[in-house]
Design a protein around this ligand. Structure first.
Ligand SMILES: [Zn+2]
Length: 475
């Protein structure tokens, strides 16, 4: 006998079976010549590629490369020399002025009730404390909203400790939810009379390495020093605050903002065979924070896009559209390179067929999402079909955001794609001294290159246009 519940399950199973066989029929349809070439590029890249070698060379020969530092200049030279030795038709740089902030030293200590030193780092852009350091009572909150709920009297003259924790997620969304106090905290604290800010590091691993990242000040609001504590040190401070006894803290930062410095976007192209001059843009950022070697953020991303484009440059027949790579200057501390690119290339923005940025570490690509004109969705599904043997699923919603360096292009309605990488462990090391070469899993990086080369080749060959993409609210 079939119960109503049983009938429901049966009909659901039937529907799933029908959908699955339809998908199977589609995936079994023969590939076009372009599809076959894309599949070959994908499988060859998966069998072996140079991305690991590229990121090793960047971390060994350059290492840390924060905006305006000697490492920044060395990275530009590295990129010109590395790309110059590859299969590109053109390699060049475009001058970008960048802010130049230097970290200096950082010291922190709990003075009462149970004196202990703690491990912390200045947030990027933080002002220094007075030379003797500052000593103040601590008030602990979990979020900007919790700070809002406090009276000025509860905050004035104090150090505010943001103790919110970041959730580990595959898509990295935990970062977006946790990072707000890092950027907006100092201004919010200063508006209530607070004199400094402490932050539980925005990261997912409980080692004693703090995670830095950019903070911001607001015009007309006092600029107060801001530092991030390692997870275990944040636990310690939390426990002392939770004891109910008054907690007093000493903070000393010697950070400094120097004059703007010259850096550069580095670009390279595989020139397309079509007259129209359409461009498929693959981006990454060349700068990194200063604490680690910038292997994951964003050495791996640059290695992925360089290697994907290089492989297409080796083909006997050039792709229909030009493939351009952009190694952007200063993403971390204000998107200088992204803005400079949009300004310098304003006249050809309309010729950008589609863009994607690799800036989520060295993990596997697990999802392909787009933000394109409605007429291009079928073509994007075709790209998704060629990506699926890599274990990449098709994202729904046509709501890809593009990377940070693509923001100006997205505002101009250039279509973008996200090749979402598994970020489950990325934020263990991101912006910390642990962002080093050994954290890369070679097989995962290899898969990401295979996904990017498949996407880039198909985006350069399949019929367009892919845009204009739907309008988005300003970010
Ligand atoms: Zn990055």
């Amino acid at each position: 006998m079939t119960s109503p519940r049983g009938r429901f399950v049966l009909s659901t199973l039937l529907a799933v079976a029908v959908a699955a066989s339809a998908a199977l029929a589609q995936s079994a349809a023969p590939l076009s010549p372009v599809g076959l070439r894309a599949a070959a590029l994908r499988d060859e890249a998966l069998a072996g590629n140079r991305a690991l070698e590229i990121v090793r060379s960047l971390t060994v020969e350059v290492g840390p490369r924060s905006a305006g530092s000697p490492g920044d200049a060395a990275a530009v030279a590295w990129a010109l020399r590395t790309l110059g030795g590859m299969s590109f038709d053109r390699v060049w740089s475009e001058k970008v002025m960048v802010p130049h902030w230097v970290r200096g030293s950082a010291e922190g200590a709990i003075l009462t009730p149970h004196p202990q030193t703690v491990v912390l780092v200045a947030l990027g852009g933080s002002v220094a404390t007075p030379a003797a350091g500052l000593e103040a009572p601590v008030v602990m909150v979990d979020s900007l909203e919790a700070l809002d709920a406090l009276d000025t009297g509860q905050v004035a003259g104090k150090l505010v400790f943001f103790n919110g924790r970041m959730a580990r997620t595959r898509d990295g969304s935990g970062y977006g939810q946790a990072v707000a106090p890092r950027g907006r905290g100092p201004a919010a604290v200063a508006k209530k009379g607070g004199i400094g800010m402490l932050l539980r590091s925005v990261g997912t691993r409980l080692d004693r390495l703090p995670h830095t990242g950019a903070t911001r000040y607001e015009e007309g609001v006092p600029r107060i020093p801001a530092a991030a504590l390692s997870g275990p040190d944040a636990d310690l401070l939390e426990a002392q605050v939770a004891s109910g006894k008054p907690v007093k803290f000493r903070l000393l930062l010697t950070s400094e903002a120097l004059a703007e410095a010259e850096s550069a976007n580095v670009l390279a192209e595989v020139r397309g065979r079509d007259e129209g001059g359409e461009i498929v843009l693959l981006a990454c950022h060349l700068d990194s924070w200063d604490l680690g070697h910038g292997a994951l953020d964003d050495g791996a991303g640059c290695a992925i896009v360089i290697e994907a484009a290089r492989r297409i440059g080796e083909l006997a027949q050039p792709p229909r559209r030009t493939i351009r790579i952009l190694l952007a200057a200063n993403e971390e501390f204000g998107l200088s390179g992204a803005r400079a690119y949009a300004t310098a290339h304003q006249d050809e923005i309309g010729r950008h067929a589609i863009a994607a940025e690799a800036d989520m570490g060295a993990g596997k690509v697990y999802r392909f999402s787009t933000h394109v004109g409605a007429d291009a969705l079928t073509t994007m599904a075709e790209i998704g079909r060629l990506l699926s043997p890599l274990g990449v699923e098709m994202g729904a919603g046509n709501d890809a955001s593009g990377g940070a360096d693509l923001i100006p292009l997205v505002q101009a309605r250039v279509p973008v794609a996200d090749l979402d990488q598994d970020a489950s462990t990325y934020f263990d090391h991101h912006h910390s001294a642990n962002d080093t070469f050994d954290k890369i899993v070679p097989e995962e990086l290899t898969q990401a290159v295979a996904a990017y080369v498949t996407f880039a080749y198909l985006a350069a060959e399949l019929p367009g246009p892919f845009g204009p993409a739907p309008e988005v609210a300003p970010r």
